[in-house]
Design a protein around this ligand. Structure first.
Ligand SMILES: *[C@@H]1O[C@H](CO)[C@@H](O)[C@H](O)[C@H]1NC(C)=O
Ligand SMILES: *[C@@H]1O[C@H](CO)[C@@H](O)[C@H](O)[C@H]1NC(C)=O
Ligand SMILES: *[C@@H]1O[C@H](CO)[C@@H](O)[C@H](O)[C@H]1NC(C)=O
Ligand SMILES: *[C@@H]1O[C@H](CO)[C@@H](O)[C@H](O)[C@H]1NC(C)=O
Ligand SMILES: *[C@@H]1O[C@H](CO)[C@@H](O)[C@H](O)[C@H]1NC(C)=O
Ligand SMILES: *[C@@H]1O[C@H](CO)[C@@H](O)[C@H](O)[C@H]1NC(C)=O
Ligand SMILES: *[C@@H]1O[C@H](CO)[C@@H](O)[C@H](O)[C@H]1NC(C)=O
Length: 487
């Protein structure tokens, strides 16, 4: 359970569902260059065709007696005729969902899980989706129509999420955390289909608190575009009412109710949650000028101590997913000009670039509100933000260590086998769910949220394992001393 988890995994933990952007290698003036380009293009076409068929990940299940989707054309195009008796029926036929038994699966009942898995899991096949009615009353009905009435949140949350592929997945994930007091900000990959783009924009038109950035970003498996996208979203929603923002990517599953996240935010107060580690020197430009003065980081340098202005910032990292307080975010946008530091990290010459920006700004003291003041260089894993079952060995696909027997980029895919772990977890989110692998996990997580049976919300005692939380407590007690603080 040491920091080495991060060290090894980050080479792998990338949301590379996104097709890589070939623009960074366009130089080609000689014959050799041409041949290389030809090979590259051929390779890209191959990769693209592989990625365009997500169904290919289901090889193992498909070899079992899994029923193929038997959706009739009139079922797909005439949604009005479908018989909706439960939420899942919006996305699946009753035949497809017949083996999903959430209450048993949440308990970890192996027989129930096996029966469901052997019958092929519930998969959203991108080519055989139902044509969902996209008028606002239908969308609202799907998102929260069957949920218990909302009561006000003391501390609303902003969910800031980059998205790429299947609209239905994002609608479902929204429905897990939807609450009129929360804010949802989506950023779309420019390479997404028009269907995704149009659907997400229609959805956002139906909710005052669902925002989609007008601008679209080139997101790729190297993490490029993530930081600019997330920060543009944060800036866009800065004047709305929320107390913590959760930074998310396409396949992250929120595993706590809006009320639990509100309670968590109250406990955290102005603290932000992320891990502590040094950035790896092969992930960023070590030769760049990392001093705040060199990066013109402060909007106004008057009154900023020379030691801060001229000491190179140490590059820090954890995961892309972080929980950041409004107090900190607001202070960053008020005092800093982040254009240069964002560009420095979002550098096409490096890979895995999207896990350092927030960490570097938070863990190097700049005099910002809500920021970590202590100089903590010791490694700490983030045990709150994201549940992940790592398995570094071997390639994507079948993996016997994974409870779901399926893995991608060093991370086990969360099939229904993980529901009991999700039930017991204190974490806020989990990674990763694939709607094309097992939508049952998402459906049952939604049941858990609806029925208010999720993992417990961490209490203040548990949170003291985070140095930033202890720092806050000591400051509140008047017992904080920067020089003697025990990281
Ligand atoms: C809809 O489904 C329910 C449960 O499967 C069934 O009892 C009912 O008869 C169905 N209604 C129609 C109109 O098909
Ligand atoms: C789930 O399984 C339990 C135990 O076998 C059974 O009592 C229950 O009716 C099932 N629920 C559904 C929705 O099939
Ligand atoms: C948060 O911290 C501030 C500053 O220490 C304090 O004044 C405030 O009461 C705290 N709020 C909560 C909800 O604990
Ligand atoms: C910069 O900050 C100083 C000290 O806080 C202040 O006096 C000055 O007016 C600020 N300058 C600008 C341009 O805001
Ligand atoms: C933080 O601590 C490290 C060693 O642990 C030291 O090299 C560095 O100068 C310290 N930085 C500040 C700003 O105190
Ligand atoms: C959900 O469950 C928790 C603890 O089990 C309880 O304190 C809370 O009041 C419940 N919330 C709702 C909305 O029922
Ligand atoms: C701060 O004070 C509270 C209550 O007085 C106490 O429970 C807590 O342990 C103290 N924390 C630290 C870090 O001293």
């Amino acid at each position: 359970m040491s920091g080495t988890r991060y060290r090894r995994l980050h080479d792998l933990d990338l949301e590379s569902d996104v097709i890589q952007n070939p623009e960074s290698s366009s130089v080609c003036s000689t014959l050799i260059g041409f041949l290389l380009l030809f090979g590259f293009v051929a390779c890209m076409i191959f990769l693209t065709s592989v990625q365009a068929h997500p169904g290919s990940i289901s090889v193992r299940d498909a070899t079992k007696n899994s029923p193929t989707l038997k959706r009739l054309d009139n079922e797909i195009t005439s949604p009005g005729k479908r018989n909706i008796t439960q939420w899942m029926d919006y996305y699946f036929t009753q035949e497809e969902s017949q083996f999903l038994n959430c209450s048993e699966m949440i308990k970890g009942n192996k027989d129930t899980i096996e029966l469901y898995v052997n019958n092929g899991r519930m998969k959203l096949d991108q080519d055989r989706l139902f044509e969902l009615p996209m008028d606002c009353s239908s969308i609202r009905q799907r998102v929260y129509g069957d949920m218990p009435p909302f009561s006000p949140l003391k501390r609303p949350i902003a969910f800031v999420r980059t998205i790429y592929k299947i609209y239905e997945l994002q609608e479902a994930l929204l429905s897990l955390s939807y609450h009129p007091d929360n804010t949802f900000c989506f950023i779309m990959d420019a390479k997404s289909t028009d269907k995704l783009k149009n659907s997400v924009r229609s959805m956002s038109d139906c909710f005052e608190n669902v925002i989609v950035l007008e601008k679209e970003y080139m997101l790729n498996s190297g993490g490029h575009g993530q930081d600019p996208a997330h920060f543009d979203c944060l800036q866009t929603i800065l004047d709305r009412k929320w107390d913590h923002a959760i930074i998310l990517q396409n396949f992250d599953l929120v595993i706590k109710t809006p009320y639990q996240l509100s309670d968590l935010s109250e406990r955290l107060n102005y603290t932000s949650i992320m891990g502590f580690d040094f950035g790896f020197s092969y992930r960023y430009n070590t030769k760049a000028d990392w001093t705040p003065a060199g990066m013109k980081l402060f909007k106004n340098e008057t009154g900023v101590p020379d030691k801060i202005l001229h000491t190179p910032m140490r590059v820090r990292k954890s995961l892309n997913e972080v929980i950041i307080s409004k107090v900190f975010v607001k202070s960053m946008f008020e005092k800093l000009n982040m254009d240069i530091i964002i560009k420095l990290f979002d550098d096409n010459d490096y890979y895995g670039v999207d896990e350092m920006l927030v960490q570097t700004l938070y863990e190097n003291y700049l005099g910002l509100d809500g920021q970590m003041e202590s100089n903590c260089t010791q490694n700490h894993n983030d045990i709150l933000t994201r549940l992940t079952h790592w398995d570094f060995s071997g390639p994507n696909g079948f993996d016997k260590q994974c409870h779901s027997k399926w893995k991608r980029h060093g991370i086990c895919i969360l099939g229904v086998e993980y529901l009991n772990d999700l039930l017991k977890s204190q974490m806020a989110t989990a990674n990763k769910v694939l709607a094309t692998f097992d939508f049952g996990t998402i459906a049952c997580m939604r049941e858990m949220i609806k029925r208010n049976v999720t993992g417990i919300t961490p209490d203040a005692v548990w949170l003291t394992s985070f140095p930033q939380f202890r720092e806050m407590q000591k400051k509140a007690n008047g017992t904080y001393d920067r020089n003697t603080f025990d990281c």
